[in-house]
Design a protein. Structure first.
Length: 660
């Protein structure tokens, strides 16, 4: 569990960390020091006008109050001659300060208020891992990594050429915080650095200078800021050959001209938003007459993360996905694109002894912040639900329900306002192929192209192409029933989850469901499934007043969820299975070396599917991950999570088990 910093404000109003007995910024002029040490000595403004990429990446070793980030953001915004379109700021923090302390600290800098207000409104809860927060329609990206930097730095995904352009070596003074100022930190800085990566720091301690030189940086001394006598800065002239991403999880970026997306649901809409923010050119191909007619067509879908008692890879993925999705959907609403929803919370009822034990274990292990999920007694649960229910449970206050078809259209409308694209409906792609290193799509009548990349986001239809038929995907049919609300049931004010779920009143109906039928692609409405959905409600809430006379099912919707063997999405490059098995054949013998060069016939071909029943939660972060990969940007997830989502993971598993 990540702990918030305990701070107090001294007589001059400067925040001081109890644990380190040190100030967060200079009492002389913290903002001026930030500019002098980090912006000027890293030559940030000059480099923005002649950088070799459209994004510039800065990494910082201690976020603190966010002063360096906000100052750099302001400098970036005021820079008139920059070629760089995106500022990507990565920062690490072991003890994040609380939101109210953040607001009080930043109030000292009125010139930063427009930026500080945005940061404060989006500031994430204290939960381990990477929180990606975006501002200015994606022009400013903040990756906040909460946790010990010794543990989090090695979790960053990077390849040989590195990802960082400049380092802000900040944090409490080396004498106050020796755990951070280690040779392992300096080595990691060099491993992550690109050609000509720079650093700057307020200290000039001898062991810091020597450690950076040993890691490969040149080092220069400068006059320090204010009362400080000296500081240092330097440069990594050439990126080293270190990398963290295993070669058998390929991420080979290709020049981007125009991208084709095959699909029409929440995955496609999320991709459209991430691509639009990058000013990418793309076309969408949807087989139906309109978008959101597949698994995204329910009237009400619940938004909440799937959490386990332990801080598992899967739970961490869904927790971060949930918060990213909330920020994404709130942004769409803020921009004026409406969709029916209620952030009314989601109540996970402990309906039987097994669930009671699981929920008790989750609370006892104390791995999750209460701002995310908390225990409630049956009396508290009834108060939250606004109807009397017989169970205790877990409450996810920031969850709720959304109308998925309206959400998909709102996201697409917002995306189009940022960067126009072409939406082709009633266009079923039958196949795609390469000609002269470009991709083309064929719909039975017309050839579309050329495209530099294709992203398949077609749900249960994603494995119908020659290049994807070996993917380990499974269809699961689900039916949701719409039951007429009554005077008593319409009082329900939160989403109830039991074995299925029951939503609050919307359009004079509740949604109840959903059924799960494995390996079925039948979408006809089943009266038996309606009966199953109703029976679950009566089994668990039959004695409750609010369910009396709740029995009039007027309609239903059935759809096919696309799932994987391990219930995690597939996000990333599609591998050329034959070439892949030849290149990484030594995996069969447990070797981490001796791989042959991987020559793929599927370069530029990506998959984004397997969202199962949790697409509303996971789609936005997965889309951002995939677009970050395509554009060769830092990823918003850690190494372990990247491996858990990569489409090649099943082939790696089978090679290691010597099954193929």
């Amino acid at each position: 569990m990540i702990k918030n910093a305990h701070i107090y404000f001294n007589e001059s109003g400067t925040p001081v960390a109890d644990k380190f007995d040190d100030i967060y910024f200079s009492t002389d002029d913290g903002l001026a020091e930030s500019t002098f040490v980090f912006v000027e000595k890293n030559q940030i403004i000059e480099r923005l006008s002649k950088h070799d990429q459209t994004h510039f990446v800065i990494a910082e070793t201690g976020f603190g109050t966010g002063l360096n980030f906000l100052n750099t953001w302001q400098q970036f915004a005021l820079c008139e001659n920059k070629l760089v379109k995106k500022l990507h700021f990565i920062s690490f923090e072991k003890y994040p300060i609380k939101k109210n302390d953040l607001a009080q600290s930043l109030a000292a800098w009125p010139s930063l208020k427009p930026y500080a207000d945005k940061l404060i409104s989006q500031y994430p809860i204290a939960m381990q891992g990477c929180h990606r927060v975006e501002f200015c329609e994606g022009a400013i990206v903040l990756d906040l990594w909460f946790g010990d930097i010794e543990e989090t730095l090695p979790q960053l995904c990077f390849q040989k050429k590195g990802i960082i352009d400049a380092w802000y070596l900040d944090g409490f003074a080396p004498s106050k915080n020796p755990d951070m100022w280690q040779q392992s930190l300096f080595n990691a800085m060099a491993n992550l650095g690109r050609d000509n990566c720079t650093f700057a720091t307020f200290t000039a301690s001898g062991f810091v200078r020597r450690g950076l030189i040993e890691a490969g940086f040149t080092v220069q001394k400068h006059k320090g800021f204010g009362k400080k006598r000296e500081m240092i800065s330097g440069q990594l002239l050439k990126a080293n050959d270190k990398y963290s991403t295993p070669k058998y999880y390929p991420r080979n970026a290709k020049k981007i001209d125009k991208i084709a997306i095959i699909g029409g649901g929440i995955a496609t809409a999320s991709l459209a938003l991430s691509l639009s923010k990058r000013a990418a050119s793309f076309d969408i191909f949807c087989k139906d007459k309109d978008v959101a007619m597949g698994a995204s067509h329910n009237q009400q879908g619940a938004l909440y993360p799937h959490l386990q008692a332990n801080f598992s890879r899967e739970s961490q993925f869904y927790a971060h996905s949930f918060f990213y999705a909330r920020r994404c959907y709130d942004e769409v609403l803020t921009k004026g694109y409406e969709f029916s929803h209620q952030w009314c919370g989601v109540l996970l009822h402990a309906i039987n002894e097994e669930k009671q034990k699981r929920q008790a274990s989750l609370i006892e292990q104390n791995k999750w912040p209460q701002d995310l999920i908390r225990f409630v007694t049956k009396e508290q649960a009834s108060t939250i639900a606004n109807v009397v229910t017989p169970y205790s449970g877990l409450f996810i206050e920031q969850g709720g329900w959304i109308n998925p078809p309206q959400l998909v259209k709102a996201i697409l409308d917002y995306s189009y306002a940022i960067k126009s694209f072409k939406l082709n409906t009633n266009t079923k792609v039958e196949k795609f192929y390469q000609k002269e290193d470009c991709w083309y799509l064929f719909d039975g009548k017309t050839e579309h192209g050329p495209y530099s990349q294709i992203i398949i986001a077609a749900g249960e239809h994603s494995d119908t192409f020659e290049q994807t038929k070996s993917l380990d995907l499974h269809p699961v049919r689900g039916q949701v029933s719409h039951i007429k609300a009554t005077d008593k049931s319409e009082k329900l004010s939160t989403v109830l989850c039991h074995k299925g779920y029951l939503t609050p009143n919307y359009l004079e109906h509740h949604c109840i469901g959903a059924t799960f039928t494995k390996n079925s692609k039948e979408i006809h409405i089943s009266e038996n499934d309606n009966s199953i959905n109703l029976k679950q409600v009566t089994d668990f809430y039959g004695e409750c007043e609010f369910t009396q006379d709740l029995n009039d099912i007027t309609s239903a919707k059935a759809a096919i969820r696309c799932t994987s063997f391990d219930h995690m999405p597939l996000v990333g490059q599609i591998t050329d299975i034959n070439s892949y098995q030849t290149s990484f054949a030594t995996l069969r013998h447990g070797s981490k070396y001796g791989y042959l060069p991987y020559h793929s016939s599927t370069s530029g071909l990506y998959i984004f599917t397997g969202l199962g029943a949790r697409g509303l939660c996971s789609a936005p972060l997965c889309a951002e991950l995939l677009c970050s990969e395509i554009f060769d940007e830092p990823l918003p997830i850690d190494l372990a999570m990247n491996e858990a989502l990569h489409p090649a993971r099943f082939t790696v598993r089978d090679l290691k088990r010597n099954k193929i």
